[in-house]
Design a protein around this ligand. Structure first.
Ligand code: URA
Ligand code: SF4
Length: 183
């Protein structure tokens, strides 16, 4: 994983390397039972080379810790490892170029549960395990169990969505609680 993280830091496979300050490979426990996958680094993440440390990340961390999930026990990463300019959505070809890194991270960690944060992560992860890429509004809170892969996927809202729409926070926290039961 250390080697992979080093490779990601030097990566120039898609256009996003040009505008990034730092690639953000991910961080946490390499033997984690739980992996969290977001969309792409934002401004703070790009500056600090760490995932989910900005405003959305602080909310995520707060709700995790409140429910007994320590950040250092899980592995947190993103679909795309470099910040898209002005936080625009990652493009299809950028996701494609970057996806081998996420796949390798999944192979190394072999998590029991993946919590996908938001639509991009959900639509990227579900097809990796033979599920249809459904929209987050349709599948949030639903457990996708793949005994074949020994993995369960739980899609939930992106924590940034819970900042814009605080009424989503309750469901988001319920999903975090559900994750604990799944593990
Ligand atoms: N939003 C994301 O999707 N990922 C981060 O790392 C930070 C904010
Ligand atoms: Fe490489 Fe991914 Fe960064 Fe693109 S986003 S430069 S593929 S690490």
């Amino acid at each position: 994983m250390k080697e992979l993280e080093e490779e990601i830091k030097k990566c120039r496979k898609c256009r996003l390397w040009k505008s990034r300050k730092n690639a953000v490979p991910g961080e946490g426990n390499y033997n984690a039972d739980l992996m969290l996958v977001g969309e792409a680094p934002g401004k703070t993440e790009d500056e600090m080379a760490r995932p989910f440390v900005g405003k959305a990340g602080q909310l995520l961390t707060e709700i995790l810790e409140k429910n007994g999930i320590r950040r250092k026990d899980v592995y947190i990463t993103n679909v795309v490892k470099c910040r898209p300019p002005n936080n625009r959505n990652p493009m299809k070809d950028e996701i494609e170029k970057c996806l081998p890194y996420l796949k390798k991270q999944l192979e190394i960690i072999k998590p029991k549960v993946i919590l996908t944060l938001g639509n991009f992560a959900t639509q990227t992860i579900l097809p990796l395990y033979g599920f249809k890429a459904e929209n987050i509004s349709k599948v949030r809170g639903k457990v996708f169990d793949s005994p074949l892969h020994g993995i369960k996927i739980l899609p939930t809202y992106h924590p940034a969505a819970c900042i814009y729409a605080p009424w989503l926070k309750e469901k988001f926290e319920n999903d975090i609680k559900k994750v604990l039961e799944l593990i």
